[in-house]
Structures are given as structure tokens and as C-alpha cells.
Design a binder for this molecule. Structure first.
Ligand SMILES: Cc1cc2nc3c(=O)[nH]c(=O)nc-3n(C[C@H](O)[C@H](O)[C@H](O)COP(=O)(O)O)c2cc1C
Length: 193
């Protein structure tokens, strides 16, 4: 099973990465590997809305998205992991997502969704935010909406979401009563069957 993951936080060893690592540990224990794209270290230009992909489904710009397009097209499982920044996905994550407009054109204009492989396509969304209560939840809801649009655009019809509010300082997720175990189990479940 071909598993890819997008690490959308710029903070190395931060809460998003810790959570993602646990999910990948769950995947590993099930006998699979995940290829991780650390978005903050990649060269990804923001979408220019140039219309270049409208009739072809192919982005006219060449940067690190070229390898990401190929990985998204051929994966069976996809993990998106992001912190909440200003009640939304991180800009690193969103820039990658916006460039998937090429897949949107391919799916919805050209009526050619990415074909699923024999084990289908499933997703896992991991979100971490520092704020608590209602304001924290609002950030999660905004991020969930964008992530959901992304998953459906790249023809991932179902995804599970794990979101944690009130997790702010670096490493705070380690003190959460269930987050790491949840992520480990979600990783295992993602590649099951
Ligand atoms: C630029 C910026 C904006 C943030 N905005 C929010 C926010 O709107 N809501 C929230 O819950 N947390 C917000 N946070 C806090 C982060 O989501 C939180 O620190 C998170 O644990 C970071 O994850 P990381 O360690 O993986 O980078 C913000 C942090 C930064 C740096």
C-alpha cells in the first residue's frame, strides 16, 4: 500500500510532527512505510489562478509540486497534518492544496478523477491548535472544510479527522491523555484492509 503524508508545520519536532510520527508508527507496525513531504522545506509556488490547468489538468509551473502531483496520483492512503494558524490550515499546507487546482480541473471539468487502486483511497487528517473552547473549535472547523475539499478533489472519498485544541507550546501534545495513542491507532486503521 502506497502511503504518503504531508507535514504542514514549520516547527520541527512540534506537536503536528509528533502526532504524525505516531500515526506513521501505527502504519509501520502494520508492515507499511509512509513517504513524508515536509512542506516547509519544499519549493512550492502559490497557485496563480492562471487557468493553465483548465483544459489539461496539468499545472504549467514546475517546482517541487511535480513530485507531489505524482505522489498524490499514485497513493492509496494520504495523511494531511497541519497546525491551526489564524483559524485555518498553515500556509505551507494551503499552498500545496491550492496547487491541487490542477486535480480539481481534471476531476470536475475534464471528468477524469484520479482512479483508485485495488485498495481504494483513504485519508487521515491531523490538526493541532493552541486555542481552547469555542474559538479553538472554530479553527478546527475552518481547517476541516479546506482539508475536506482537498481530499475530495484528489479523489479521496473518506477521511478520518483527529483534532486537538489547547495544544500550544512545543511538545505539549506529549501531555495530552490520548492524542498519541489515537494517532497510532488511526495509523494502523488507515492501512487495515
Ligand atoms: C502564526 C500562528 C497562528 C496561530 N493561530 C492559531 C489559531 O488561530 N488557533 C489556534 O488554536 N492556535 C493557533 N496557533 C497556535 C498553534 O496552532 C499551536 O502552537 C500548535 O501547537 C502548533 O503546532 P506545531 O507545534 O506543530 O507547529 C497559532 C500559532 C502561530 C505560530
Amino acid at each position: 500500500m502506497n502511503v504518503i503524508a504531508f507535514m504542514g508545520s514549520p516547527r520541527e519536532g512540534g506537536n503536528t510532527e509528533l502526532l504524525l510520527k505516531e500515526a506513521i508508527r501505527g502504519i509501520g507496525i502494520s508492515g507499511f512505510n509512509a513517504h513524508v513531504f515536509t512542506l516547509n522545506t519544499m519549493t512550492i509556488m502559490p497557485c496563480q489562478n492562471c487557468g493553465g490547468c483548465d483544459e489539461t489538468g496539468i499545472c504549467i509551473y514546475e517546482d517541487d509540486m511535480t513530485q507531489i502531483y505524482e505522489a498524490i496520483r499514485t497513493c492509496d492512503r494520504l495523511i494531511l497534518a497541519s497546525p491551526i494558524f489564524f483559524s485555518a490550515l498553515s500556509s505551507q499546507t494551503k499552498m500545496m492544496i491550492d496547487r491541487c487546482q490542477a486535480f480539481w480541473c481534471e476531476k470536475y471539468l475534464l471528468k477524469k478523477p484520479i482512479p483508485p487502486g485495488p485498495c481504494g483511497r483513504k485519508g487521515l487528517l491531523l490538526l493541532v491548535g493552541g486555542m481552547k473552547k469555542e474559538i479553538g473549535m472554530q479553527g478546527m472547523q475552518c481547517a476541516e472544510r479546506s482539508a475536506r475539499a482537498f481530499f475530495r478533489t484528489v479523489n479521496v472519498p473518506e477521511h478520518k479527522t483527529l483534532s486537538y485544541t489547547g495544544v500550544d507550546e512545543k511538545g505539549a501534545i506529549l501531555k495530552h491523555p490520548s492524542a498519541l495513542q489515537d494517532a497510532f491507532e488511526a495509523g494502523k486503521a488507515l492501512v487495515k484492509g
